[in-house]
Each structure stands twice: as C-alpha cells, then as structure tokens.
Unconditional design. Structure first.
Length: 331
C-alpha cells in the first residue's frame, strides 16, 4: 500500500549554538540536514520498510538536488519530484535550546515548493490503494492552496485515505499568523488529523475553552481519528465512538525537529502494512491493532527526538529494537 507525502522538502541548517546562551568568540556554524515535514514523514515510512513516495517541487540548485538524493537514499520513491529554476529550495535555520526544543528562521517564500501546480501531478501517482499525507504549510499562498486541495481531490477519487499533520508554522503565512479558516477547511477533508495541543487550541478559535466543541465538530464533519500530541505527555486520541491516551516512552530530548513526523510516519507505516482502506478504517479504529499502532508511533517519535537532525534521526525497525522498544514490522 502506497503512502504518498505531498508538500515541502527543505534544508534545515542546524546551529551549533544553544539558543539563549551567552555569545561565544568562535563563529557560529550550521550543519546541513535534509528535512521538511512531509518529506520527513515519507522518510519515516520508508526507513521502516514501507512503500513511501514524495511529491513536490524542488529548486534546480545544490540544495534541491541534495534533498532529492537524500530522499532516494532513504528508500523514498522520487519519481514524482519536480524541479524548477524559477525559485530556490527553501531553507530553515534552526537553533535548539537546552531541552532540545527548536526555533526556526525560514527562508520561504519565495521557494520552489510553492510553485507546484495541478498540472505537475502524474496520473500514475494515485495508482492502487494508498494513503495521502499532507501538511498545512502547502496552504500559505492561494496557488499552492489550490494545488493541495486538487491533490486531496485526486486521492479521494482514487479511494485513498487522507492524513493531515497540521504542523502550523505561523511565520510562513503572509500575515505572520496562520489563517484558521484556510487550515480548518483542510482539516474537514481529512480522515486522520494530527495536532499538537497548541495547534488544536489555536484552530478552535476561542482557545482551550472551546477545544472539546471543536473536536466534536470535526468528528461530525468527516474526520474519523484525531490525534493530539503534547511533547512527552500522553498522546490523546478521539474517534466518533471512543477516546483515550497513550504515554510515549520517556527519553532525553536532544532535537525535537522530527518528533511529530516520526510519530505520524510510524502510524502511517502501520496503516499501510495492515492495508487499512477507507472502508476498513472505522472497524480498525476499534481494534487492538489500532492501539498497538499508536504505541509503535509513539516509539518512533521518541526515537526521533533523541537524535539531532530529521532524516537521520528517524528510526528503522532495527534501530527501534536497539533503542529498547522491541518493535516488530507490523501488528
């Protein structure tokens, strides 16, 4: 079963300095890491052994070719990656605090990923059964918003599941804050939605007091599963009939950059390995396999935050076992 991740791939330039620390005499240095939330999710699926595809636009530059090579090296199918010389590949300069929490300074827009258009989609992309995974960063301009919604429509027409990691980056929006209506329009089209608690409270509009009403509304409108992460605290989950939580493994966070992507990638891997189609999803969400898939996803996220970088921090089945989680390919 294919997992197609659509959207941005970018280069994370990770600083060697701890944010907030006193300045030092040596020059600040940055290490280049491949990243971008949808690209990270594709790599997470591929490194675990899944059938992962990435679709997006990269710049015809050294960073674009670096990302394409890095995706392919991790086992991601890049046949549907496009290149353009009309804009450069996006960059994100990243600093970490003493707890591994990251701060971003984005060089986007302009950026190549924003130039992907519906005509760049190959008819062969949504072949067979599969899952489409997207993020809200491909909504920040009208043209890429239109493309993203067209991609969702194509996946729906093919009978695929749609997964959304909200992954808000307010600095990428023209107003300096995400447009709730635009993001929520995509939330309402997804079968599976992952939020951080902070993102959920923002999208609920009235803040934490209205969160439960917002959750109920999204489940009534079409979502079948909502996942709410909150760092190392329990992951909450809600379906139309049940709710609960799962405690992630306790690890020392070194770099939280790819933690959420590792989590959702691990979960999508389990969905794909168990061939959970839209007509099976409701039944599967009431099974023991669902709970075990959440435990697996939590282990993947914990693995990712324990190491620096994005692609390089995401687990394989073997590294999960070495890390002490003892996970198997599929439940």
């Amino acid at each position: 079963m294919r997992v197609v991740c659509f959207g941005e791939a970018l280069v994370d330039m990770l600083s060697n300095r701890i944010s907030g620390a006193a300045s030092i005499s040596e020059p600040e240095q940055f290490t280049k890491f491949a990243g971008g939330a949808p690209a990270n999710a594709a790599v997470a699926v591929a490194k675990l052994g899944g059938n992962a595809y990435f679709s997006g636009m990269l710049g015809e530059d050294m960073f674009g070719h670096f990302l394409n090579s890095a995706l392919a090296a991790e086992g991601v199918n890049t046949d549907h990656v496009k290149f353009t010389d009309e804009a450069k590949t996006a960059l994100a300069f990243v600093t970490l605090d003493s707890n591994g929490e990251r701060s971003f300074e984005f060089y986007r827009p302009p950026a190549a990923d924003l130039l992907f258009r519906e005509e760049h989609l190959s008819p062969e992309l949504f072949t067979g059964t599969g899952i489409l995974h997207i993020c809200s960063n491909s909504l920040t301009e009208k043209a890429i918003e239109h493309t993203t919604k067209a991609v969702v429509d194509r996946a729906r027409a093919a009978g695929w599941l749609v997964s959304l990691d909200v992954n808000l980056r307010h600095d990428l929006w023209p107003a300096g804050i995400a447009d709730r209506q635009t993001v929520n329009s995509l939330v309402s089209q997804a079968d599976i939605v992952k939020f951080s608690l902070e993102e959920l409270e923002f999208l609920a509009d009235e803040g934490a007091a209205d969160v439960e009403g917002f959750i109920s509304q999204q489940l009534q409108q079409g979502a079948q599963l909502l996942l709410i992460t909150n760092g190392g605290l329990p992951v909450r989950w809600m379906t139309r009939s049940h709710s609960g939580s799962v405690q992630p493994p306790c690890v020392e966070a070194v770099d939280t950059t790819a933690g959420g992507d590792g989590f959702i990638g691990g979960f999508l891997y389990q969905l794909s390995m168990q061939t959970v189609s839209p007509d099976r999803l409701s039944e599967w969400l009431g099974s023991k396999e669902f709970m075990r898939a959440l435990e697996f996803a939590c282990a993947c996220g914990a693995h990712a935050v324990s190491r620096k970088g994005a692609f390089v921090a995401l687990p394989t089945l073997e590294s999960l076992q070495t890390f002490g989680f003892g996970m198997t390919a599929s439940y």
